[in-house]
Structure formats: structure tokens, C-alpha cells
Design a protein around this ligand. Structure first.
Ligand SMILES: *Cc1c(COP(=O)(O)O)cnc(C)c1O
Length: 411
């Protein structure tokens, strides 16, 4: 272990991102391995929030919609996000949550197609599939869903498939999929791909243009550090030729919201994905958080995230922990995201015991422990320290203590 600690120190010395730690307000004595679920407080986000609340809302009141261009926030933030996704500025808009954005996309795609079927990943984050299920129930037989493992989803493509909805990285196992190949195959049969980037945006080397993804969604509160409930985003490959009608139409998606027309007439650009009034304070925080990424490249982020994960795995193996907690994430770099997941019969209690020791990871039912390796604020020494704490807890079986077994509402 002395070796690995020294190796961590050497890696930290040469870490080009080490100065970014100071841009976050993290509590003392905490190793935060949960930036994949809720990014920590970015000081730039806090400042932006403060400015928006005090100076804009406080002083300029309703004038701020124009004076501070609040009305343009969904597009301005989309433009700031574009370089992190291999997109052009006008291909993105920031609004609502992934769930709501998926609903809008599916209704648009299905309204423009004779095809009825949507292919879903069996083990996708449940909300993605719930949205599709609600829509299919509402459509009473006009929309058909089928669920498949990602490895064989393309085998189910045929001339009745309108869309494929899939995540780039599996939220539970951390496995990453080859979206480029799936898009190629989907396009051969005329299907449209919607890719969920919840666990990719802000940490992986995403290139939506090169992968030829048709539409993508993602959230602002995970690796992008936009704050709890931060709005998500929608990407469209062809913003100049958007298809279909959204079944969720609201005044902000109207081509002239302030004409207060009697009937809806959908805007012709990315604004057509908007529905209601934007959550300005959340948007301000997200825009602030994105300034932390301005000078970084995507390969830098991804490489450090993977290197942190590699060191964690090496530490566990040196400590002889790899039998006790079983890795479920593939080890190949190309096949994993910035998160590592492990199975353990007492995963919930283990997670709680770690939190009590200042190492924050999370738990996903029934028996998965997840650790996220955010490259902006974690050091290599943090990762080794987390492995040591985990080792201590497993060795003493302290996780079996009564207080670690009780379930909280949010797990
Ligand atoms: C976190 C996550 C979501 C969250 O959806 P919201 O509607 O934004 O709450 C959706 N999909 C995936 C894959 C996720 O990991």
C-alpha cells in the first residue's frame, strides 16, 4: 500500500487538472465519489446564482427578462454546453428534465413517422422507459414498445422501428456502449436514435456529430455540476429541419410567445422544445458551473476519470478486496464510463458505513455500490484513501452495525 500511496502522490503532482479542486466548495474530510449523481457546489455556479438573484432579480426585477436576457438562457446555455458534446451552438437547448425532454422528442418523432415501434434498453434508467410506457398507454396501440439488451438491440431493427432510446453509459453498471455503431445500424433501417447522456456529459469524450446521433438528452446536475434539479438539455443533429409536433406544447415553444395567439404555432428552431417559463435561478447556476469547463478538453476529462478509476481498482486488488466486493463494470476503458459499480450482499449498509467515514458513494437497489470518479475535484490520493477506508470497514465488518441497516427515503 505504501507503493500505491506514493504512486498516487506522483500522479497528483503531474495532474494537469489539480488546480480545479479549488473551484469547488466541498466539506472538509469528505471524499466525494458521487459527482455522477449530484455534482458538488461549484464556486462559479454560486457566484452566478448570487448575481442573478441579488443584482438581476433584486434590482432589475421584471426588466431582467430583456436587460439580462433571461429569455435567451435556454439557448445561451446550450451554446456554452456545445463544445462538451461535440455539437454546434445552435444544436442544443437547455430546458426541463430528461424525462420531460424524452417525452417531447418521442412525440415529435412518432408524429412524423408511419412507424409504430420504439426499441428500449431493458436495463436503462427507469424514467426513460416509464416515459415511453406512459406514451404507449396513451396511444392505445398506436405505439409499440420492445425491450432489449444493448448487445442485441440492433438485431431488432426493422422497417417498423421509428426510434431507439438508449443510454450511452448504464447508470447502474457503469458500462459504456458503442453509440456510433448503433447509430450506423439504426440509420440503415431508417430508425432515429435518441441517446441519453446523463452519465457522459461533462466527463466523457462525447462527439455527437461524429457518432451521427440524431437526438440526445442529458441532465445538468450530474457531472456538469449545475446544482440540484438543474435543467437538462436536448440536442438535435439537424436544428434547421426539425421533424414532427411535440405533444407537450406551451407558450415558450410558440414561434412568437408574446403575440398571445389563440392557437399554437410551433417555433421552427430549437426553441420549439421549450414549454413553460424557464427556471431562471437554476439556469443561472448551470451557466456559472459551465465556466469551469471552458479551458478543458474532453480527452483530458475522460483520461483523468479513467485513471482515477484504474487506481481505485488497483488499490482494491492490493488490499485483497476484489473478492469481497465484486466489480460489475467492464475494466476496458472503451467499455466503461467514469463510474465503477460493485456488488455486495450488504451494499446498502456498506455504503452507509462509508458515508459515516466521509467517503460518499451511492447505492442502487438491490445490491450495487457505485463510485463516481469526477476528474475536476478528486485527487489520486483521495481515491487511495477511499479504498483504505472501504478496506477497514469490510475488515471490521462495521457496516453490520444497526444504524447502517435502516433505509432512508432517498437511497
Ligand atoms: C439521472 C438519470 C436520469 C434523470 O432523469 P430526470 O428526468 O432528469 O430526473 C435519466 N436517465 C438517466 C440514464 C439517468 O442516469
Amino acid at each position: 500500500m505504501i507503493d500505491i500511496k506514493q504512486q498516487a502522490l506522483r500522479l497528483d503532482e503531474h495532474d494537469a487538472l489539480k488546480a480545479y479542486r479549488a473551484r469547488f466548495d466541498l466539506p472538509e474530510a469528505t471524499i466525494y465519489l458521487d459527482g455522477n449523481s449530484l455534482g458538488p457546489l461549484s464556486i462559479a455556479a454560486l457566484q452566478a446564482l448570487n448575481t442573478c438573484a441579488r443584482d438581476q432579480w433584486g434590482k432589475d426585477l421584471i426588466k431582467s427578462w430583456n436587460v439580462h436576457d433571461w429569455i435567451g438562457l435556454p439557448q445561451r446555455i446550450g451554446a456554452a454546453l456545445a463544445p462538451l458534446l461535440g455539437a454546434k451552438q445552435d444544436q442544443l437547448i437547455v430546458c426541463d428534465s430528461i424525462s420531460v425532454n424524452l417525452f417531447k422528442l418521442l412525440t415529435r418523432i412518432l408524429s412524423a413517422s408511419e412507424r409504430k415501434r420504439v426499441l428500449l434498453q431493458t436495463d436503462n434508467f427507469p424514467t426513460d422507459n416509464y416515459v415511453a410506457q406512459g406514451l404507449a398507454e396513451f396511444a392505445r396501440g398506436d405505439i409499440l414498445l420492445s425491450y432489449h439488451q444493448t448487445s442485441d438491440i440492433v438485431e431488432h431493427l426493422d422497417s417498423d422501428v421509428a426510434a431507439v432510446v438508449l443510454s450511452h453509459v448504464n447508470y447502474k453498471t457503469g458500462e459504456r456502449y458503442d453509440i456510433k455503431t448503433i447509430c450506423q445500424q439504426a440509420h440503415q433501417t431508417g430508425a432515429i436514435v435518441i441517446c441519453d447522456l446523463a452519465h457522459s456529459a461533462g466527463v466523457l469524450d462525447v462527439d455527437l456529430h461524429a457518432w451521427q446521433v440524431d437526438f440526445a438528452v442529458g441532465c445538468g446536475y450530474k457531472y456538469l455540476n449545475g446544482g440540484p434539479g438543474a435543467p437538462g438539455f436536448i440536442y438535435a443533429a439537424r436544428p434547421e429541419a426539425l421533424i414532427g409536433r411535440s405533444a407537450l406544447q406551451g407558450w415558450m415553444g410558440h414561434q412568437s410567445p408574446f403575440a398571445f395567439d389563440h392557437s399554437y404555432s410551433q417555433a421552427s428552431d430549437m426553441r420549439s422544445f421549450l414549454v413553460g417559463t424557464p427556471p431562471v435561478l437554476s439556469m443561472a447556476a448551470l451557466l456559472g458551473a459551465l465556466t469551469d469547463f471552458q479551458e478543458l478538453t474532453l480527452p483530458q476529462l475522460e483520461q483523468k476519470a479513467l485513471a482515477l478509476g484504474d487506481l481505485f481498482l488497483r488499490s482494491l486488488s492490493d488490499l485483497g478486496l476484489d473478492e469481497e466486493i465484486r466489480l460489475v463494470t467492464p475494466t476496458e476503458h472503451a467499455q466503461r464510463g467514469a463510474q465503477l459499480s460493485f456488488e455486495h450482499d450488504n451494499a446498502y449498509a456498506l455504503c452507509q458505513a462509508l458515508i459515516a467515514e466521509g467517503v460518499i458513494g451511492d447505492f442502487r437497489a438491490p445490491n450495487v455500490l457505485r463510485f463516481g470518479f469526477s476528474p475536476l475535484f478528486l485527487s489520486f490520493a483521495d481515491v487511495v484513501e477511499a479504498a483504505l477506508k472501504l478496506h477497514e470497514i469490510v475488515r471490521c465488518k462495521s457496516y453490520l452495525d444497526e444504524r447502517f441497516l435502516r433505509r432512508n427515503t432517498v437511497t
